[in-house]
Design a protein around this ligand. Structure first.
Ligand code: ZN
Length: 502
């Protein structure tokens, strides 16, 4: 006789197998970006595609569908119900995509990224254009295959931010844009802060590396369950709960690049290390959404790492690591330098005020592509016009314009909004932490982050994907998602930095 327990055990075995396959894929990807020999690239692409096909086969297996259906009808404890819900959602999406289409999509994405690299190198959009046309076509097809209620973009967004819809995002982001633009105008009317004493000085590589390792230890990243390496573009990947890998990058003339890359990725890493071990290998020991993931990196990088209190503590520490380049530098010098606002062309170098305008431009364009209101050939001109209108500047070439981000070349349409959602979620979480801990600022100023980490562990990390993002935020903060806490945080901070009259 097959009992309910037998069925559950079989389902759990499938979950673990899927988690193992995801971990192996992550390890192959991490290695490709860090230590792989360049001549191994082609074989690696094949290995990754093979794993992807195997995962799709496992996910679409009919027995898995039967077990999920059976469990959906039975009485389950909340964590088990969430596991079934998350896995069923993944499976529903997978079964709507024929394997012929999955292969076509994987090929388009593989070719797209190579063409994108070549086009960016040559700063020539025409090299990428035919691939982008193919990618836009397959993503439109994917969205239609997955299904939606008239807004194709929703089917793509849902993969990164489960449950989120454009009908919810559009009014939220429109209001955000108006407020950001108003704050930016006030800042642009103020005097530029003078360059800090360390401007133009070189910060030795080894000391930078040592300082980033010190920071990771201080915020609570567990080195027995993770590591840091160097890569061209910093990222975080999780092989397993006990093996979370970060990368950073070091430029001798720009020490804060490494500092903030490490704190940002460290925030992602703390989340990955913090899932409930009791749920390891199941679809609740993972992020609620990419927006929540990004809220963790941005909370540590911006709210904590670019605060005055943080630099009151760490400027003396930097004097120890970098005695010569840091000579004569005060906490105030660092605080102002790391919060300098200026409209720029490159998203990843943008300050906290303009950053979301970069995102809103990309969202507007990919939304128009998915609504058939824009075609890839028109993208460079539309991009440049959007920058002129939002930031008053325009790229001099495609490399610093439409070709700067990798996302579209790997088919990641619907991903960009999660960055801005991360900022909004982070502000809500920080507000709540400060409400519960009146000494929050003093803790940061003394370099004590344990209280904040424990709070995040309890309210966000251990909850993993028991709830979708908006429910998690409501449960933790008692409030609904809105742009107001984030704007209040920005206005308070930048009125101080730029001496703006309130
Ligand atoms: Zn991030």
């Amino acid at each position: 006789m097959i009992t309910a327990t037998d069925s559950w055990n079989a389902l759990e075995a499938s979950m673990r197998e899927l988690a193992d396959l995801a971990g192996m894929a992550a390890l192959l990807g991490w290695d490709r970006e860090t230590y792989m020999a360049p001549a191994g690239a082609e074989a690696r692409a094949r290995q990754q595609a093979t794993l992807r096909v195997i995962r799709h086969q496992r996910l679409t297996d009919e027995r898995l569908g039967e077990r999920l259906a059976e469990m959906a009808d039975s009485q389950l404890e909340p964590p088990q119900a969430a596991m079934v819900r998350n896995l069923a959602r993944d499976r529903d999406r997978a079964v709507r995509l024929p394997s012929e289409f999955v292969r076509r999509l994987a090929l388009a994405e593989g070719r797209g990224v190579d063409a994108w690299r070549a086009a960016r190198e040559a700063s020539d959009f025409s090299i990428f254009q035919p691939h982008l046309e193919e990618l836009v076509a397959v993503k439109r097809e994917e969205a239609d295959l997955v299904g939606h209620e008239g807004e194709r973009y929703d089917a793509l967004l849902d993969r990164y931010e489960p449950g989120m819809r454009m009908a919810r995002l559009e009014p939220l982001f429109t209001a955000l844009r108006v407020d950001l633009q108003a704050l930016l105008n006030r800042i642009l009317g103020a005097d530029e802060p003078s360059p800090p004493p360390f401007s133009g000085r070189l910060f030795p590589r080894q000391a930078q590396w040592d300082f980033t390792m010190r920071l990771l230890g201080d915020i609570g990243f567990d080195m027995r369950a993770g590591r840091q390496d160097i890569s061209a573009h910093p990222f975080t990947t999780s092989i397993a709960l006990g093996d979370v890998r970060l990368t950073t990058r070091i430029h001798e003339d720009a020490p804060f690049d490494a500092v903030f890359s490490t704190i940002h990725e460290g925030g992602h890493g703390l989340y990955e290390q913090g899932f409930d071990p009791a749920h390891d290998g199941t679809p609740v020991a993972e992020a609620a959404s990419l927006g929540i993931h990004e809220s963790q990196s941005r909370l540590w990088e911006n709210v904590i790492g670019r605060s005055r209190q943080f630099w009151e503590h760490y400027t003396p520490v930097m004097h120890e690591f970098f005695p010569e380049p840091m000579s004569d530098a005060s906490p105030e010098d660092v605080f102002r330098e790391v919060n300098r606002v200026r409209p720029s062309l490159i998203r990843v170098e943008a300050d906290e005020v303009t950053y979301n305008l970069h995102i809103l431009i990309r969202l507007e364009l990919e939304l128009a592509l998915m609504r058939d209101q824009l075609e890839p050939a028109e993208l460079p001109a539309a991009w440049n016009e959007a920058y002129r209108s939002a930031l008053g500047i325009s790229p001099g070439n495609d490399a610093e314009g439409v070709l700067q981000d990798i996302h579209w070349s790997v088919g990641s349409f619907g991903y960009f909004p999660t960055y801005t959602l991360g900022n909004l979620y982070a502000a809500l979480l920080w507000d709540q932490f400060r409400t519960e801990h009146s000494d929050a600022d003093a803790l940061i100023g003394s370099g004590s982050f344990g209280m904040l980490l424990e709070w995040l562990r309890v309210h966000v990390h251990r909850r993993g994907h028991l709830y979708d993002a908006e429910d998690l935020i409501r449960l933790t903060t008692g409030r609904s998602l809105s742009h107001e806490p984030f704007m209040r945080y920005l206005v308070d901070k930048f009125e101080t930095v730029y001496g703006l009259a309130a």
